[in-house]
Design a protein around this ligand. Structure first.
Ligand code: NAD
Length: 322
């Protein structure tokens, strides 16, 4: 159990993160042990097969439950869709917290949750975990699937300094900026504020790019102008929603908006921001409008739910044709 690292949640982000973490650890110590777990069997088997192709002989095992992950590992990383799944994995029978409670000593175990979820729910999970003697940090990420793949994510970490110090070298195998934001929940708070801005920004870029084309501007010319002017932002320069607007062919719009950050997850994050705003009395006029638009787009075109959130552009462009 001592040096084993478990990764629960091998989705778009988790599979890339686990690959970077495991491959770096395996290169340092070929006797290292790794464990993976996901609710979808295909996610774990394809990850294992791919990892074994690159690193034959690596000790990598699939486990069926979070309980098996905790029983076999000293470090457990979770990367799940949101609050309900974190609740299931941590609190349900066969979950992380009941298992920690059953150990004679959980003191050596470190939990890192990189999911973007509700701040209060995360604080409550962390408090239950730490009451068993284990350590925990919230460590949501910024940088998207390309950052996860390249190992250049930013980790926004909340938790006590000793837990942060233990988590930092592991996070450094998956990201380049590891920022300690404060106590438990602080990393998530920072992440949710960032995504509130991103959700609004992506819609603003979609509107500007669409309007410019209606004026007869070539999307590549318009993108070049914006990206060297004051409108420049991540949504215009990296995640531009218009095909062929950037010379770089990596934005999701170049592959029918596949991959990237699912619109459903962006809608979820706008909801997380709205909850905090409600609880603290902060007005979010643009955040509210953006949340409504993402919900409306998904209701009108359910195909877009799993597509990158920049496909909000496609929806607006179709409306403009009608
Ligand atoms: P995803 O839906 O692709 O992956 C989630 C994985 O969790 C899936 O493989 C799913 O099968 C697994 N899962 C769900 N319930 C489970 C359970 N009970 N037990 C075990 N496994 C379970 O999501 P993603 O895009 O990888 O995002 C993960 C998190 O990272 C989300 O909170 C998201 O908001 C955040 N995030 C995503 C991006 C992005 O660009 N995709 C960027 C930054 C942050």
């Amino acid at each position: 159990r001592k040096k084993t690292i478990a990764f629960i949640g091998l989705g778009r982000m988790g599979s890339e993160m686990a690959y970077n973490l495991f491959s770096k650890r395996f290169t340092e110590a070929t006797d290292a042990h790794f464990v993976v777990c996901d609710a979808v069997a295909d996610a774990t088997t394809s990850f294992r097969d791919n990892f074994h192709r690159q690193f034959p002989g690596a000790n990598l095992h699939i486990v069926d439950t979070p309980q098996d992950a905790v029983l076999s590992s000293q470090t457990v990383i979770t990367m799940l869709p949101s609050t309900p799944q974190v609740h299931t994995v941590y609190r349900h029978q066969g979950g992380i917290i009941p298992t920690l409670q059953s150990l004679s000593s959980a003191a050596g175990t470190l939990l890192i949750d990189s999911t973007t979820l509700d701040v209060d729910a995360a604080r409550s999970v962390a408090s239950s975990v730490t009451s068993t003697g284990a350590a925990m940090v919230d460590a949501p990420v910024s940088g998207g699937v390309p950052g996860a793949k390249a190992g250049t994510l930013s980790f926004l970490v909340g938790g006590p300094p000793p837990a942060f110090d233990r988590a930092r070298p592991l996070l450094a195998t998956m990201g380049t900026r590891i920022l300690h934001c404060g106590a438990s929940g602080a990393g998530l708070g920072a992440k949710i504020c960032n995504n509130l801005i991103l959700g609004v920004q992506q819609i603003a870029v979609a509107e500007g790019m669409l309007l410019g084309q209606k004026l007869g501007l070539d999307p590549a010319v318009l993108a070049a102008v914006i990206n060297s002017s004051t409108g420049a932002c991540w949504s215009s320069s990296v995640n531009n929603p218009v095909p062929r607007a950037l010379s770089d062919k990596s934005p999701p719009c170049e592959r029918e908006y596949e991959g990237g950050f699912a619109m459903a997850l962006m809608l979820k994050d706008m909801g997380l921001a709205a909850n905090i705003a409600k609880a603290t009395g902060v007005p979010l006029p643009l955040g509210e409008a953006a949340e409504k638009l993402y919900a409306h787009v998904i209701a009108e075109d359910p195909q877009l739910i799993r597509k990158d959130f920049s496909s909000v552009y496609r929806y607006l462009a179709r409306c403009a044709e009608e």
